[in-house]
Design a protein around this ligand. Structure first.
Ligand code: ADP
Length: 289
């Protein structure tokens, strides 16, 4: 279990990135969902011991994460948002190099580990290709292989699916779910679908604050039965926004579809719809300060 207690961080420019964040994160996939600027990367970097918090505490089992950095690093795999690669290296040579840096000194052990990981992320067949020739999805899978080198208990993956095509994203999802079976995997994202499809537990954060933390189904349940939809003319949008709590608008075949949350049945023309995690996410975000 990873336990985060009242974590705070204000940057030198006065931006409050983490405002009393408390979370309890069990084994399995945990989704950290929030809009750009919510504080996700700041939280990830703090957990990965790459930046200091101002106050609060974080414990991974018996390890005091903010103080025992070396102990944490042994348990930690981190795939940052902007994972820089050496384009002229091959996957095999770079992973072998990282493994050496990790202290896997015995050659036969190291080679076996490199092979195991490249097979696991499905890059063994292309291990001799230069990383510069890899697609976005292949690069992310290579990133996961390097993050798994030390067999970490905690894997932190920051915005991993942006820029991946649907097929690559699917493959990446499958890989993460397998990995999440025996450890804590924290996935930060602004893509609701990522969390919906993958995570057993999640938190929504906004302006450095936890808006809600629960299982995705529980978060959806809070708005179930209260979401209604209507197709309107674009010009009517402001009027509807004045009368209803509009959580989302989207264009469909030239029409504007609005979804609202209401406790009492709205006027004619609305139809009740099954709430999705996206509805719940937009609703909770709009409720938060
Ligand atoms: P997210 O990952 O959810 O997009 P971030 O943690 O990157 O959010 O950013 C949270 C807030 O902190 C934003 O307002 C961002 O502009 C600000 N911020 C992030 N890093 C720094 C930094 N090094 N110095 C100053 N402000 C920062």
């Amino acid at each position: 279990m990873l336990i985060i207690d009242n974590l705070c961080k204000t940057y030198a420019n006065g931006v409050v990135a983490l405002n009393n964040i408390s979370l309890q994160i069990p084994n399995g996939m945990f989704g950290l969902l929030g809009p750009n600027g919510a504080g996700k990367s700041s939280l990830m970097r703090t957990l990965a011991t790459l930046q200091e918090a101002d106050s609060g505490s974080v414990h991974l089992g018996n390890i005091d994460v903010l103080r025992e950095k070396n102990a944490v690093k042994k348990q930690l795999g981190y795939l940052p948002q902007d994972f820089g690669l050496f384009p002229k290296e091959t996957a095999w040579s770079l992973l072998n190099h990282f493994a050496r840096l990790k202290g896997i000194n015995k050659k036969s052990t190291r080679l076996a580990r490199v092979e195991e990981l490249l097979r696991r992320v499905n890059l063994w067949a292309v291990r001799k290709h230069k990383l510069g020739s890899y697609s976005g999805g292949m690069r992310q899978r290579f990133g996961i292989a390097q993050a798994l080198l030390g067999n970490p208990q905690l894997l932190i993956v920051d915005e991993p699916t942006s820029g991946l095509d649907p097929q690559e994203r699917n493959r990446f999802y499958n890989l993460l779910s397998e990995i999440g079976e025996q450890r804590i995997v924290i996935l930060s994202t602004h893509i609701v679908e990522d969390v919906n499809d993958l995570c057993t537990n999640m938190a929504i954060i906004k302006n450095g604050t936890v808006v809600m933390a629960a299982k995705p189904q529980q978060i959806v349940a809070k708005v179930q039965g209260r979401v209604w939809q209507k197709s309107i003319d674009k010009q009517q949008l402001t009027a509807f926004e004045d009368s209803y709590h509009v959580i989302s608008t989207r264009l469909l075949a030239g029409q504007t579809i609005i979804r609202i949350v209401t406790d009492t049945p709205p006027a004619q023309g609305f139809c009740e719809v099954t709430a999705t995690l996206e509805d719940a996410y937009f609703y909770h975000l709009s409720q938060a300060a």
